[in-house]
Design a binder for this molecule. Structure first.
Ligand code: PLP
Length: 391
């Protein structure tokens, strides 16, 4: 056995040789959130969802964390994400939740990734491919109960379930559906979806067949719809300490695991009436001090936050003024002091102040999911409380 594989190059981000802008990800926080969710759902197994670069926190380090924690299953959106975890030597069962194309099927089987079968055609293509390769495919049947995204509709699901009984080269390990409104205040639609799913599952009971693993609960449903937990829950955003919506009831004690930081790289005094940044949309009527910070929409700091965003500097909040550029922003510190190399917090905890992902989402007119997953790979991730991959 080889030792733990380094998952980042600490010298780059940690000693600040390259970009001062980086993300600090606290893996112990993510582990604690996982444990809080597990406690909340009792004996129901938890499948952490680590798609979209683990909601921006880093696919491989977070995937390895969950593998080390011994989770029963990992959930992902795309084939490539699953292949990446397999290349890293992660052997935990993985379910790819997204849609598949016929030509991708051999790669699923080669990498031992469970597939989502969302139609009879796809199921038969999986069975045929598995037969040809001399393997048994692991499949989860996808039922659409009201999201209108992937899966056979609940009212015509029987053909898929029947077809699955005829397939000889696959194992139907699970059957699942997905909520459209489980994070809402009003859970009527979520309950309706759950009823429709239960109707489909009667197929097994009527024939006295063993039920595959039934799963439906995303973060919203984990938080506020216990009757939907069934045999497995699939939380994503809640693992990262963020609730799926403002309305969703706060029932699980989780904490955010990410700080996005940068540093002052320039200080100047700006005269009244001298406009700042592209389009000259902002100017002061009095002389101000201003700093420039090397982060921009090219990193996933949304340009739509121009005129609204704030940052923390020396423990205080200051506004980002003028348009957010691709690689830089300007911050008005009025007549306070700041120096080159001072830390600037874009998201997360300062000493007493905090900037939440909900605030960034509000400034950008979007949801926390889009902010987290939008912080792109140009921003180096630095991992705190990294666990050894050795048992
Ligand atoms: C993304 C996703 C999840 C997790 O959703 P959260 O709202 O982040 O908890 C669960 N199931 C499926 C099918 C998904 O696509």
């Amino acid at each position: 056995m080889t030792g733990p594989t380094p998952i980042h190059e600490p010298t780059i981000a940690e000693n600040g040789v390259l970009r001062p802008t980086h993300l600090e990800v606290d893996l112990e926080r993510i582990a604690a959130n996982y444990r809080a969710i597990q406690t909340h759902v009792g004996t129901v197994p938890v499948m952490p969802v680590v798609k979209a670069n683990a909601y921006g926190h880093g696919l491989v380090p977070v995937g390895r964390l969950f593998a080390d924690l011994g989770v029963p299953y990992i959930g992902l959106a795309y084939l490539e994400e699953g292949m990446r975890l397999r290349e890293e030597g992660i052997t935990t069962p993985i379910l790819v939740l997204g849609g598949i194309l016929g030509r991708q099927i051999p790669l699923f089987l080669e990498h031992d990734l469970a597939l989502t079968a969302s139609s009879v055609d796809k199921l038969e293509a999986i069975d045929a491919c598995a037969a040809e390769m001399g393997r048994t495919a692991k499949v989860h049947l996808k039922i659409d109960t009201g999201m209108e995204r992937l899966g056979v509709h609940w009212y015509s699901a029987e053909a898929l379930l029947e077809a699955s009984l005829r397939c000889r080269h696959l194992e139907v390990e699970g059957i699942f559906s997905h909520f459209a409104n489980a994070d809402a205040e009003d859970l009527a639609h979520a309950r309706l979806q759950l009823e429709r799913f239960a109707e489909v599952l009667r197929f097994y009971e009527d024939r006295s067949l063993p039920l595959p693993l039934r799963h439906m609960a995303n973060s919203g449903a984990v938080a506020q719809l216990p009757e939907s937990w069934l045999d497995l829950v699939r939380p994503g955003i809640l693992l990262y300490g963020v609730y799926p919506s403002d309305e969703c009831r706060r029932t699980v004690p989780v904490l955010p695991a990410m700080n996005w930081k940068s540093k002052v790289v320039y200080f100047k005094v700006v005269k009244p009436g001298h406009p700042v940044s592209y389009g000259s949309t902002w100017q002061s009527d009095h002389q101000v001090r201003m700093v420039t910070v090397p982060v921009g929409y090219g990193d996933g700091y949304p340009r739509r936050m121009s005129g609204r965003a704030e940052v923390l500097l020396r423990g205080r909040r200051y506004p980002v003024v003028g348009r957010i550029c691709m690689d830089q922003v300007m911050v008005n510190i009025e007549w306070d002091s700041a120096y080159n190399d001072d830390e600037v917090i874009l998201l997360g905890n300062g000493d007493d102040e905090i900037i939440t992902v909900e605030e960034l989402a509000r400034w950008a007119g979007t949801i926390p999911y889009e902010i987290l997953t939008g912080i792109n790979t140009r921003v180096p991730r630095v991992y705190r409380n990294e666990r050894s991959s050795q048992p």
